[in-house]
Design a protein around this ligand. Structure first.
Ligand SMILES: *Cc1c(COP(=O)(O)O)cnc(C)c1O
Length: 490
């Protein structure tokens, strides 16, 4: 340290200069205004960013600022630097991937969470963080008619994870722990099963958790896992001396929203002592409406379940609700008690310490936004949104069905519709021409700026996924989308 520098001693002994409370109020209002203005004009913006790689970095200075800058400069650069590189997930013309809806109460709750700046690693580190989370996740059990024993007031419990991928990884770790305690076998001997249409997070989680083997089980003509193929794979692996440890089924696959037969898979899982995890990342929100709950049939038999309020429930990313049927199975796998985390309440076993339900130690106050969204919209408001999206998706499906140029390629029980151009004949050349036509429609729609959808593949053929689910989407945008599809089709 250069002691001759007159600035150093003062800087070492006083806190850095913060905004004053009044400056914070002023800039805070400007930020809220900026977000409100953005939401007001969002539909006038092209949905997808068109910048090239490196364009945004080129707008940034080479070095971090040595001297403080006025806040006005920061806001100005939101428009100058950031906005050109934004693809607008909150645009009403968003039909890509799945929705990742934000909402005003959710954004405000996240601001409060940041302002409080808590780390709820233990109950005692901020009791409200844990207790609001447990309580609101118990509410969701009732709202979505999930099994009663998944409540924290019973033997199971819910915890918010950052993503469905995290939740699935944690489920795999708990499965490994339980199976290794029972069988004495190492993870390299263990097999995790999931369908060929399951999300890649299952395979990734199994790799991270050290599973020696992952089997992607064949699907039926509706893209749902075939229980007979699962049973056959288990038999083959058992004969080879491998240990069956985990099966992941999906309610609403990413590819086409196929629904695996959860009850039939549960029966196999129970017979062979597999941990059964259900991934309902997107479709789980629909269970708030009674008419979709049959898709969860058999859930009372599974070991764990995840769905993402950050997809379709208007809680902005990140907010993934993860439930376990027996919380001890999770905490036995994940608890480590260093002396600096000991405290009377934890030692007495009278509280939940969510650090033992997840990989990280630190956790922020995510439950606040879920709580505020549920209270702001009520279950009625969320049901209304889900039904509106599903109705619009079913209308789009009818339009596609009624048009000879297109064919729908998979069942569409929720609000995702997958289609492609119909081939002129049964030949390979016919299929290839249809694939090119399908790809061309996707490119034309995405270039139009009014709508954004996802080109994909199913069984080697080109398809287009239309995920209706952005909370601002209404029939106006559906009409624009249909017009764009129709005009681009030959
Ligand atoms: C979106 C999705 C995921 C991944 O969710 P993250 O929260 O981003 O990890 C996992 N599974 C399914 C079925 C999904 O649709």
């Amino acid at each position: 340290m250069d002691q001759t520098d007159p600035d150093v001693p003062a800087a070492m002994t006083s806190p850095p200069p913060h905004m004053t409370p009044d400056e914070f109020r002023e800039h805070g209002r400007a930020v809220i205004d900026w977000i409100a203005d953005y939401w007001e004009r969002i539909e006038s913006l092209p949905v997808a960013s068109t910048v090239q790689p490196g364009d945004i970095r080129a707008l940034l200075p080479d070095a971090a600022p040595e001297q403080p800058e006025p806040f006005e400069n920061l806001l100005a650069d939101l428009d100058r630097v950031v906005m050109p590189g934004v693809t607008h997930w909150q645009h009403p013309g968003w039909f890509a991937y799945f929705p990742a809806n934000s909402s005003p109460p959710s954004v405000l709750a996240d601001a409060v969470s940041a302002g409080l700046g808590l780390i709820g690693l233990l109950w005692s580190a901020s009791p409200a963080v844990t207790e609001v989370e447990s309580h609101v996740l118990d509410w969701l059990v009732d709202l979505c008619a999930l099994p009663e024993h998944w409540k924290t007031t019973s033997v199971g419990g819910g915890v918010l994870q950052g993503s469905a991928s995290d939740a699935t990884h944690v489920a795999l770790v708990a499965a490994r722990h339980r199976v290794s305690a029972r069988s004495g076998q190492p993870a390299e001997q263990m097999v995790a099963y999931t369908s060929a249409q399951a999300h890649s997070s299952v395979e990734k989680g199994a790799n991270i958790a050290g599973f020696g083997h992952v089997r992607l089980i064949e699907v039926d003509e509706h893209q749902a896992m075939r229980p007979d193929a699962l049973a056959a794979a288990i038999e083959t692996d058992a004969a080879a001396g491998l240990v069956q440890a985990f099966v992941g089924s999906t309610v609403g696959t990413t590819g086409t929203t196929a629904v695996d037969p959860v009850r039939a898979i549960s029966e196999i899982a129970i017979e062979h002592n597999l941990w059964h995890h259900v991934d309902a990342a997107y479709a789980g929100t629909a269970m708030i409406c009674p008419e979709f709950r049959h898709h969860n049939d058999g859930a009372e038999l599974v070991d764990s379940y995840v769905f993402n309020p950050h997809k379709w429930m208007m809680v902005n990313f990140d907010c993934s609700a993860f439930y376990v049927a027996e919380r001890e199975a999770l905490t036995e796998a994940l608890s480590i008690d260093p002396p600096y985390l000991r405290n009377a309440q934890s030692d007495a076993g009278s509280v939940i310490d969510y650090r033992n339900w997840q990989v990280p130690l630190g956790r922020r106050f995510r439950a606040l936004k879920l709580w505020w969204v549920l209270r702001s919209y009520g279950a009625t408001g969320i049901r209304q949104m889900v039904r509106h999206h599903v109705a619009m998706a079913q209308e789009l499906a009818r339009q596609l069905n009624d048009d000879d140029r297109f064919e729908i390629v998979a069942p569409h029980p929720f609000s995702l519709v997958c289609f492609r151009c119909r081939a002129a004949d049964e030949t390979d050349a016919g299929a290839q021409a249809a694939d090119r036509a399908t790809d061309a429609i996707a490119a034309a729609v995405n270039d139009s700026g009014v709508a954004y959808l996802t080109p994909s593949k199913l069984d080697g053929r080109s398809i287009i996924r239309v995920a209706v689910g952005q909370s601002r989407t209404d029939r106006v945008q559906l009409d624009l989308l249909w017009k764009a599809i129709s005009e681009a089709a030959v």
